[in-house]
Design a protein around this ligand. Sequence first.
Ligand SMILES: Cc1cc2nc3c(=O)[nH]c(=O)nc-3n(C[C@H](O)[C@H](O)[C@H](O)COP(=O)(O)O)c2cc1C
Length: 330
Amino acid sequence: MADSQLNTSYMGLELRNPIVVASSDLTKTAEGMKKCEAAGAGAIVLKSLFEEQFLVEGDIPESDYAMYPEALDYMRSGGLLEYAPSRICREIEQAKAEVKIPVIASINCQTSSLWPRFARQVEEAGADGMELNIYDLPIDPRISCAEHDSLYFRIIKDVKESISIPISVKLIPQISSLPYLANKMAEAGCQGLVFFNWFLEPDIDVKKLSTYSRKGQANFNQTLRWVALLADRIGTDLAASGGVRNADDVIKQILAGAKAVQICSLFYQKGLDVIRDLLAGIEAWMGEHKFAALEDFRGELSFKKQELSFRDLGEASSYFRAQYLKIYSN
Ligand SMILES: Cc1cc2nc3c(=O)[nH]c(=O)nc-3n(C[C@H](O)[C@H](O)[C@H](O)COP(=O)(O)O)c2cc1C
């Protein structure tokens, strides 16, 4: 089966297949991006550029930053800022000269005014799309959900006004009403949403009586839920990210309604060549089920499709409640 039958469009970009190499060190250099393309990926999301990295070489006074100077010193000393933006812009330029698949840049800022500025820099380097890696962990009990939500809208609006390439947002799961926020982000001009970002999780060392952070465990089923609940119900494409381990997982996310599936840990574990196995697995499954194209089954098991058989959202809520009770009464 040719790639053309696996093609998909995601945030306005044409992808030869739905497998996207997620933002990580695998996509940090033009060389890495070329390897992803050669291995068969449909698109690449670059390693995130963090605001602090721009400070290393930028002409912006430190006083303009929202970040604590101590945190900045800590990052400088730990070598976390080596990946300077001029270098990544060169890597994008070089990659764009040699790679045909879409290259989506990723930025993560803390200071509001810097989002559009950095987005412009990366667009000028030739990126095809922009993934906004928004990290906003609510820790202040006085700040309402609405205030947190407005942060997302403001960033999207500011970036949208500054660049013309399509924008997506990679979200964390700690959001009070994801359907509401997602819908409003789509209205604000966001063309793709990625459920969900990798996250740090807290733990406690009981011997040392101290806290520490560890890499969060991806929750495949949580992603599946939100993709299924929101696919084709809001005006933006959805990409699933987190816990995809094999072709069946990719198929599940597409059945739920994802337009693309971002993968990272699997490539670290098995190498990029596993992309061929994923594609072969999807093709074999499509053959068995007589699907000629991804769009023939994308969203087939989404809530949108089910919703059509519910009288209204009240009936859908009752249905979900019945499922919940069924599990607990067994
Ligand atoms: C080593 C490593 C580095 C990562 N760096 C980034 C990053 O810079 N920006 C980002 O948005 N996500 C980053 N991620 C998260 C991945 O893009 C992805 O969303 C997450 O790992 C979940 O997918 P997975 O279960 O397939 O690994 C990183 C993940 C890993 C393992």
